[in-house]
Design a protein around this ligand. Structure first.
Ligand SMILES: Nc1ncnc2c1ncn2[C@@H]1O[C@H](COP(=O)(O)OP(=O)(O)OP(=O)(O)O)[C@@H](O)[C@H]1O
Ligand SMILES: [Mg+2]
Length: 279
């Protein structure tokens, strides 16, 4: 579904490689989390999937990237956007209209979705994100979190094969963030949507993703199943990523010989660990 072979990229005018020899393969229906410190190349990676890099953000691109069989360098951003739904880190920069409903309609009308399907898709996207009450609002009147929900609704309304979200829950409250991740899980289960999310909230990623990619200075430093990644809290810290607190606690308890199981990656597992120790 997604295949990057030795991709390197430097932005025009910059001597540094924002991506440095990245190899990545993601299967249909996978849910992949991407994390890493500021400037690690996460946004550049997401822009590579959508073709923004190198078509809009220009520079020197080496290697090859394909998404659902489309070569991202020889395809246009418009062609790619039928397959890859995106929410940008800078959400405002992706709005093309001024009103909430228009923003969702714009996407649907531009992707030749059959006319009779459109009203239902708009309703569904608004209700999925719990923003039906914002339908007639102007985008400029919304809070940051509300804007993120509109951008998510516009992306989801298209039912793309791939969803690429760049810190798309950064301004949402914890309950809304969980709601969005639950929705993403449902999409991959029901429609085999491939989900790739850049996200700083590692607990959230750990609870929902299959695989965790840690980026560092333009490269992929770790690319393993979530549990395996979290089993190396020291390495994560070196890379500037904090482990979930329950995982750090488990590592300490293991060091002291009090716990011998796998690191818990969600609250339910943490509860099981605590009960086992207290028994
Ligand atoms: N438009 C640009 N022109 C030149 N350099 C850029 C541009 N955008 C990003 N960079 C540089 O490319 C590198 C990777 O940036 P990128 O935005 O992909 O990192 P990131 O992991 O998304 O960071 P953050 O956590 O801050 O969002 C950084 O060194 C950054 O300074
Ligand atoms: Mg970024």
């Amino acid at each position: 579904m997604i295949e990057l072979r030795n991709v390197s990229f430097s932005y025009e005018g910059s001597a540094n490689r924002a991506l440095d020899d990245v190899c990545l393969s993601i299967a249909p229906g996978e849910f992949v989390g991407v994390i890493g410190p500021a400037g690690a190349g996460k946004t550049t990676l997401m822009h590579t999937l959508s073709g923004i890099v190198p078509h809009v953000r220009r520079g020197d691109f080496f290697g090859s990237a394909s998404v659902a069989g489309l070569d991202t360098v020889t395809s246009t951003v418009a062609e790619l956007s039928k397959t890859v739904g995106c929410v940008f880190q800078d959400v405002e920069s992706q709005f093309v209209t001024t009103m909430v409903e228009d923003e969702i309609l714009f996407a649907l009308e531009n992707f030749s979705i059959p006319r009779d399907e459109i009203p239902e898709r708009v309703d569904r996207a608004l209700s999925d994100l719990d923003i039906a009450d914002l339908r007639s609002r102007s985008l400029s009147s919304l809070s940051g979190g509300q804007k993120q929900k509109v951008a998510l609704a516009a992306a989801l309304a298209l039912s793309p094969n791939v969803l690429a979200l760049d810190e798309a829950t950064g301004e949402l409250d914890p309950a809304s963030s969980v709601q969005v991740f639950t929705l993403l899980s449902q999409l991959r289960r029901e429609r085999n949507t491939t989900v790739i999310v850049v996200e700083q909230k590692i607990m959230l990623l750990s609870a929902f993703a299959d695989r965790l990619i840690v980026m560092d200075q333009g490269s992929i430093a770790i690319d393993d199943p979530v549990r395996q990644t979290l089993e190396r809290p020291g390495r994560l810290l070196e890379l500037g990523v904090n482990c979930p607190r329950v995982t750090t606690l488990a590592a300490r308890l293991r060091d002291k010989g009090l716990y011998h199981g796998a690191p818990p990656i969600n609250l339910d597992e943490a509860e099981t660990m605590a009960r086992g120790i207290l028994r």
